[in-house]
Design a protein around this ligand. Structure first.
Ligand SMILES: NC(=O)C1=CN([C@@H]2O[C@H](COP(=O)(O)OP(=O)(O)OC[C@H]3O[C@@H](n4cnc5c(N)ncnc54)[C@H](O)[C@@H]3O)[C@@H](O)[C@H]2O)[C@@H](O)CC1
Ligand SMILES: Nc1ncnc2c1ncn2[C@@H]1O[C@H](COP(=O)(O)OP(=O)(O)O)[C@@H](O)[C@H]1O
Ligand SMILES: [K+]
Length: 507
């Protein structure tokens, strides 16, 4: 799903209005009825509802929703803020339509005559003050209304965007003057701001409401940001040919583990096998021999000369890819061993964990990796590598710049993991849950990505499939066993079900 910028909303709406064709007031009616439907499915008729409408089309939506809810038997109070005595044409039409119906409590606030209604835990606020047309941070009376709503314990449904929030960059915005929504019902596509952890407190839960924007204009409008969903990932999964043998699915070498951190090697190796690599070998310190051979008998073990850590990696065979980093520690001897490998990397590799930390102290590494290699930093690893950043938006900008400069795929891990490609595209993942914030789940991702590269998936395909299926396996595990319970091993144990879900998706 493309993520457009809010300044493109008008263009998308206008094309739809002209080419569907549909009048703008009917498009608003369509949007409002979907919002009404969603509210009705969650809140009962006896809920006390207070609607706050602004002067633009976001306010128009809110007034239309108010009318529809009254027609459905809900009781509500509606406040229309019109300080400049200028409403958008569709907002004005909806004000007239609302005035005409029975049982309406509509207050139009023009000057500082606003007596705020009581808002308590039993109240549902519908926030239609501002949406995609917000030009500057809210100030004055609008800011006061937002603060009043925020200071209450009412639940808040925001239409399109929490009022006061910009769709993209909020780094200069005033936190106090942005609605903190319980639920945001956004039109047609999620906004970039929703992907960023710094805005979670405003957006709350969010859901896309399809208003049938014309498919031609969606197709024709380029985007740099995407939200990955099952219908985009499922078609990428390859079928294993009937006469295939293990060599068709490549040979992955996992370079992982050191004394006390052998579990990381086990997890990455198991994940590479379960995602479907033909052969998996693991190079690790001698102390890992018994552990690896018993925990993952399907993998071959290549022992380092050191008992405790990796010091030298002798490549005797052709490996399709390398998965480097989980649990290797930061010994300088290990760094030297990895450096010595650069000349032998023929295909994209995966770099994770301490390998990324070492890249931070060995600045020439990034330019020596094969093009389209995959880096999987979490936020702290990312900042160690590329410097401190104040927020996720800053990190995304830097990731985009670095992915292009070094021709790498950067997977910035977290909720809504971002996959940033050398072509400056950013894909946000939709799967995964906080249960995955547990030791070793990143090691599993490294194994998955290496195993996918090994099977011949293109690097950007391996990246999006890997991140998606990792999160999906975590979601299935959490569904069965609850978020708190799941460990990294449970993610691996649910990869099979995740694969099945993707393969059966179109059946
Ligand atoms: N046909 C359409 O155009 C559709 C529009 N939709 C709704 O329309 C919204 C966008 O409508 P608009 O473009 O009218 O924008 P908004 O309703 O978000 O706000 C625009 C109005 O607010 C004023 N304004 C902007 N920033 C301000 C600030 N900081 N302080 C005070 N006033 C400020 C503008 O001068 C303008 O009057 C979407 O978010 C969505 O809710 C939906 O109804 C779907 C269809
Ligand atoms: N709150 C969350 N929601 C979704 N996914 C998460 C969340 N927290 C962590 N994850 C996922 O779990 C993995 C954690 O990786 P990482 O931080 O490297 O852990 P570790 O170092 O313990 O292996 C990442 O893939 C990340 O996207
Ligand atoms: K709003």
């Amino acid at each position: 799903m493309k993520i457009f910028f809010t300044n493109e909303t008008k263009k998308l709406d206008e094309y739809t209005i002209e080419h569907e064709p549909v009048s703008s007031i009917d498009l608003m009616e369509r949007a409002a009825s979907s919002v009404t439907f969603e509210i009705m499915s969650r809140w009962q008729r006896n809920t006390r509802i207070v609607v706050f409408a602004g002067p633009g089309n976001n306010g128009g939506d809110a007034l239309a929703v108010a009318r529809m809810l009254i027609e459905e038997g809900y009781k509500l109070e509606t406040y229309l803020f019109n300080p400049f005595q200028k409403l958008s044409p569709d907002c004005s039409k909806n004000k007239d339509r609302l005035k005409d119906i029975e049982g309406i409590h509509l207050t139009e606030v023009i000057k500082g005559d606003f007596l705020p209604p009581r808002l308590d835990t039993q109240t549902l606020v519908i926030d239609g003050l501002f949406g995609s047309g917000l030009r500057t941070s809210l100030t004055g009376g609008f800011a006061s209304v937002v603060q009043y709503i925020n200071s209450s314990k009412a639940q808040v449904v925001s239409i399109d965007l929490p009022s006061g929030l910009f769709g993209e960059d909020n780094s200069e915005n005033y936190s106090r003057n942005i609605i903190r929504a319980t639920l945001t019902l956004t039109f047609q596509y999620p906004k970039l701001a929703f992907m960023l952890p710094e805005n979670a407190e405003y957006v709350g839960e969010w859901k896309v409401i399809d208003i049938d924007i014309h498919p031609e204009i969606i197709e024709a409008t380029p985007a740099n940001f995407y939200y990955l969903e099952t219908d985009e990932i499922a078609p990428l999964i390859k079928k294993r040919p009937k006469f295939a043998h293990k060599n068709n699915f490549g040979h992955t070498l996992i370079i992982a583990g050191s004394q006390g951190m052998m579990g990381a090697a086990v997890l990455a190796t198991k994940a590479a096998l379960h995602i479907g690599a033909g052969l998996v070998s693991v190079h690790s310190a001698q102390c890992g021999y018994a552990v690896l051979q018993s925990a993952v008998p399907e993998a071959m073990f290549l022992s380092d000369t050191s008992q405790t850590h990796i010091t030298e990696i002798n490549i005797q065979k052709h490996y399709t890819t390398f998965g480097i980093g989980p649990g290797i520690g930061r010994n300088e001897e290990t760094a030297k061993a990895i450096e010595a490998l650069f000349g032998q990397m023929r295909h994209p590799v995966v770099l994770d964990a301490d390998a990324i930390n070492m890249a931070a102290t060995h600045p020439n590494w990034l330019s020596q990796l094969p093009a389209n290699s995959i880096l999987t930093p979490h936020i702290r690893e990312f900042d160690r590598l590329f410097g401190q950043h104040d927020n996720m938006l800053e990190r995304l900008k830097k990731a985009t710049e670095m992915a292009k400069r070094y021709r790498l795929i950067i997977i910035l891990k977290g909720a809504n993991t971002a996959i940033v490609t050398p072509k400056e595209k950013v894909y946000f993942n939709s799967t995964g849950n906080p249960g995955m914030a547990t030791a070793g789940s990143g090691d599993v991702l490294t194994g998955i990505l290496s195993g996918l590269l090994s099977q011949g998936y293109l690097p950007h395909e391996a990246a999006v499939i890997g991140v998606f299926i990792h999160g999906l396996a975590g979601d299935i595990a959490a569904e069965e066993q609850s978020q708190e319970y799941i460990t990294a091993g449970d993610i691996i144990n649910h990869l099979g079900k995740a694969y099945k879900h993707l393969k059966n998706y179109f059946e």
